[in-house]
Ligand binder design. Structure first.
Ligand code: BES
Ligand code: MN
Ligand code: ZN
Length: 501
């Protein structure tokens, strides 16, 4: 997909489709008015017949409008003028792309980027448009025997070129910079989605390692993959304990982007949970929706996706990605409830529930991160079902041992519209983590499950400013739209971009 930024008049564009907005109550945006004038009131006429009220999520496609040089005009309902906010804007973009996919248009001119959004600048609108269009054009049909027959309601001719039009010519330079950035981020999002969507029989720990190596080669990153023997030498007893039940050998994947001008600048370390399939182990999960546990490596996927975006943006900073990758399986060699293991930190853990495996692999990765003397560590994990109950599928849960880091991440989430919400990590919550036999258990009571999981990780993150993103509710969608979302790549890319500036 090619993007470009311009500031032009909709009625003068010669493209496959011009896209303009209509507010509820058939209220034309400035761009729609431009088309209407060129077409001698044709748009107003059509709307007065009642085919489009302007409600959010609706569209009307017009062909060969007299006086307009483009082949098609797509009218997109924007909802109420007064309620035009970030979500409505993103919805308008998504709706437009969906409608465009059904047409034969191979190029389009968007006049949605010129809508006024309170408190949001051109960069935001361009970034969201690029991300929304890329997201809408995304298809995962690698596992279909006849990919082209995947969606009969879609046109075979794919949209290849999009021009985003801005209201002011003076904004074009800023718009172009934003489009470049967003395109890099979208590349990372797509990678994260692809890895997440792949079935667990394909996307194994070894597969993730190979993907990381390929990524490194393509974008000039350093990549190191540690196998079982090396993990043993490091004393990663908790990580290895989870891997024991599986035939697939575990991998610790390390990716490094060395972009800092000054040598030896402390890196930001990203740690991603890479459980390529989570059966629960001996504490076996129930059958319904267990297939979705192939998404239990979405934290890892977001780390690889973010590393890709960082490399594409050539951020002038050091970033390290660490991914402990394993399956969580039952089996003759699997860990059992009550087993006690020694972590790389030396602390012993009583595994009361083998389904609380994410924290077991992350705790050793967090200890491993200490060797980088990091400026900050952010882990990303589909860690708890409790997180889904608490925040649903809208916000990612955020925990941190340093308030300024939490603020940075919240701001990055707001700026990229990949939002996170700060939850408490008070000492009082630590009290549930008591074991009669080891230093700590791997679970507390059911209450506040997302928080006590974060508390467990916090015990291993004392050496640096640390934050934890629980993406259990946001990394993938269930139901008819089942699939990985690529979140929180946009949040992380925004966070790192701000840090590098
Ligand atoms: N990967 C799951 C968390 C999860 C469950 C994410 C459902 C999204 C949807 C994690 O490994 C897990 O199983 N957590 C347990 C922890 C419990 C045993 C303390 C959970 O949330 O049930
Ligand atoms: Mn689990
Ligand atoms: Zn899990």
């Amino acid at each position: 997909m090619e993007f470009s930024i311009k500031s032009g008049s909709p009625e003068k564009q010669r493209t496959g489709c011009v896209v303009v907005g209509v507010f509820e109550g058939r209220k034309l945006t400035a761009s729609a008015q431009g088309i209407d004038r060129a077409a001698k009131g044709f748009i107003t006429d059509v709307l007065s017949r009642g085919d489009l009220e302007g409600k959010a999520g609706t569209t009307l496609l017009l062909q060969s409008v007299a006086g307009v040089p483009s082949d098609r005009v797509l009218l997109v309902g924007l909802g109420k003028d007064r309620e035009m906010g970030e979500s409505a804007y993103r919805k308008a973009i998504d709706t437009a792309v969906k409608a465009l996919r059904a047409t034969g248009a191979t190029d389009a001119a968007f006049f949605l980027t010129d809508i006024t959004l309170r408190k949001r600048d051109t960069a935001f609108k361009v970034e969201q448009a690029v991300l929304g269009i890329m997201e809408g054009m995304y298809r995962f049909d690698r596992m279909k025997s006849k990919p082209e027959e995947n969606k009969p309601e879609e046109n075979k001719r794919a949209l290849g070129k999009v021009v985003l039009h801005l209201a002011r010519r003076s904004d074009v330079a800023a718009g172009e910079a934003a489009a470049h950035r967003a395109y890099a981020i979208a590349g990372g999002v797509c990678l994260a989605r692809d890895l997440g969507n792949l079935p667990a029989n394909v996307c194994t720990p070894a597969y993730l390692a190979t993907e990381a190596q390929a990524l490194a080669k393509l974008h000039g990153l350093n990549c190191e993959v540690l196998g079982e023997k090396e993990l043993e030498k490091l004393g990663m007893g908790a990580f290895l304990a989870v891997a024991r039940g599986s035939r697939q050998p575990p991998k610790l994947i390390v990716l490094e982007h060395r972009g800092a001008k000054k040598k030896g600048q402390p890196p930001v370390v990203l740690v991603g949970k890479g459980v390529t399939f989570d059966t629960g182990g001996i504490s076996l999960k129930p059958a319904p929706e267990m297939d979705e546990m192939k998404f239990d490596m979405c934290g890892a996927a977001s780390v690889l996706g973010t590393m890709k975006a960082v490399a594409l943006m050539k951020l002038p900073m050091n970033v390290v990605g660490i991914v402990p990758a394993t399956e969580n399986m039952p089996g003759g060699n699997a860990i059992k409830p009550g087993d006690i293991v020694t972590t790389m930190s030396g602390k012993t853990v009583e595994i009361l529930n083998t389904d609380a495996e994410g924290r077991l692999i992350l705790c050793d990765a967090l200890t491993y991160a200490e060797r980088y003397k990091p400026a900050a560590v952010v882990d990303i994990a589909t860690l708890t079902g409790a997180m889904v109950i608490a925040l649903g599928n809208i916000a990612t849960g955020l925990f941190a041992n340093t308030d300024s880091l939490a603020r940075e991440l919240i701001q990055a989430g707001d700026a990229s519209w990949d939002r996170a919400w700060h939850l408490p990590l008070w000492d009082d919550y630590q009290e549930g983590l008591k074991s009669n036999f080891a230093d700590i258990p791997n679970i507390a009571s059911r209450a506040g499950g997302a928080i006590t999981a974060a508390c467990f990780l916090e015990r291993f993150a004392k050496a640096y400013p640390w934050a934890h993103l629980d993406v259990a509710g946001t990394a993938w969608k269930s139901g008819a739209e089942k699939g990985a979302t690529g979140r929180p790549v946009a949040l992380l890319a925004n966070f790192l971009t701000r840090r590098s500036a």
